[in-house]
Design a protein around this ligand. Structure first.
Ligand code: NAP
Length: 283
């Protein structure tokens, strides 16, 4: 047990939905660390002031969620990854300097590595659906791992074109109605849209068009088993789900703030599933 108590928080507007307190407080308890992780409800107009007083409020760092991720980038010293993604979700003090990164990239990749080992043996073609903030993190991660070609499909074509401009020629844009065709020979399919989330419209993807070696990832974690993940599993494809990514992306922040690299255990996953009310969806 360390003697000096440390605190971190998640800052959002709204923030009640965040599962970060469950994850970090589980790890604090597991590793016997004197510390606390709280929610901070901060409106956009108060965000800069809050960040300016983060240390004075007793925080060693913070997670940042909607709608503050771009503002957090501007108010801190971002690493290359946060800059590439255009958003920061994790802040920490380093010799008094407030630094930031984006842990969605490593969360996505570590989860893929854990759920579908050696998925990167075939880096020829990936299909990414969606062109929002999460898609930026996924594309940055996939390009970093050497994926040769990413076919990007988004409802709003212009938004996808912006990502092509930002990430370069390995990202090729296709129209929404070209999705089915794009699936042929894709080694990896990733859904980064909100389609398939509880309360949102469904995502129509014919997984039968994917090759048998394909891996399917969905960033959505409510429900834990999305219709896309269920269809992929029914076809015998390997899958990586959004809850696994959510848990993996939290590892870096905890390590930076509390000095121990925590483990994503089966028990933590069960607690998160129960909290999300999705344990009935477990397979
Ligand atoms: P965002 O920036 O708002 O982007 C939303 C995306 O969904 C856009 O591509 C949007 O297309 C698309 N979309 C929304 N409604 C649609 C519809 N009716 N038809 C077709 N496309 C639609 O959100 P984000 O931050 O990227 O997050 C996206 C999802 O990823 C959320 O479910 C979020 O919870 C999840 N996520 C999970 C993790 C994790 O750790 N598991 C991490 C980050 C994000 P348009 O451009 O056409 O609007």
């Amino acid at each position: 047990m360390t003697t000096k108590s440390r605190a971190a928080c998640v800052i959002g507007w709204p923030v009640e939905h965040s599962r970060s307190p469950l994850i970090h407080n589980y790890w604090l308890k597991t590793y016997g660390i004197a510390g606390e992780y709280r929610r901070e409800l901060v409106p956009p107009e108060e965000f800069a002031g809050f960040i300016g007083s983060l240390a004075a409020r007793g925080y060693v760092g913070a997670n940042v969620t909607v709608p503050h991720k771009e503002a957090a980038l501007a108010l801190s010293q971002p690493d290359e990854r946060a800059r590439a993604v255009g958003a920061a979700n994790t802040l920490w003090f380093d010799d008094g300097v407030l630094r930031s990164t984006n842990t969605d990239v490593e969360g996505f990749l570590h989860n893929l590595d854990a759920c579908a080992p050696r998925w990167d043996r075939d880096l020829s073609k990936a299909v990414v659906i969606g062109a929002g903030g999460a898609a930026r993190a996924v594309i940055d991660g996939l390009l970093g791992r050497g994926v040769e070609r990413i076919i990007l499909v988004n409802r709003t074509l212009a938004r996808a074109e912006t990502l092509h401009q930002a990430f370069g020629v390995r990202v090729r844009v296709k129209r929404w109605d070209e999705l089915a065709e794009a699936l042929a020979e894709a080694a990896l399919l990733v859904n980064t849209t909100t389609l398939g989330m509880s309360g949102q419209p469904g995502l129509t993807v014919d997984v039968a068009r994917l090759p048998a070696r394909a891996v399917v990832a969905d960033l959505i974690y409510v429900p834990a088993v999305t219709p896309l993940i269920a269809a992929a599993r029914a076809r015998g494809l390997r899958t990586a789900d959004g809850l696994g990514m959510l848990l993996q992306q939290a590892v870096r922040g905890f390590t930076l703030w509390f000095g121990i690299k925590p483990e994503v255990t089966a028990e933590l996953r069960r607690l998160a599933e129960a909290d999300l009310g999705t344990d009935k969806n477990r397979r």
